[in-house]
Design a protein around this ligand. Structure first.
Ligand SMILES: [Zn+2]
Length: 95
């Protein structure tokens, strides 16, 4: 199917990369003190030229992964759309 702006159907997007960081929670007697650290999802993104890390609570992990994937999908489609547009312009151009 030919891509067009109207077929993009953009869902929620996040421009950033997923980073998993291990940490200790600090609770006495927790298994993380023995080296079995907690893995937490963070989103690394650039905000006004600075890299910012945002902690993602466990219940949002699925949603955030989907939004990051959606951003990439839309970006790929936009690039394809740009190429298509250029192709059309080249075809229509008179020599
Ligand atoms: Zn812990």
């Amino acid at each position: 199917m030919r891509t067009s702006v109207s077929t993009l159907k953009i869902k929620r997007v996040i421009k950033g990369s997923i980073v998993w960081l291990k940490r200790e929670c600090g609770k006495a007697g927790c298994h993380c003190i023995q080296g079995e650290k907690h893995e937490s999802m963070y989103i690394s993104r650039s905000v006004q030229g600075k890299t910012t890390m945002t902690y993602i609570p466990h219940r949002y992990e699925g949603e955030v992964s989907a939004a990051v994937a959606e951003y990439k999908r839309v970006l790929q489609q936009l690039e394809a759309l740009s190429a298509q547009t250029m192709k059309g312009i080249k075809k229509g151009r008179r020599k």
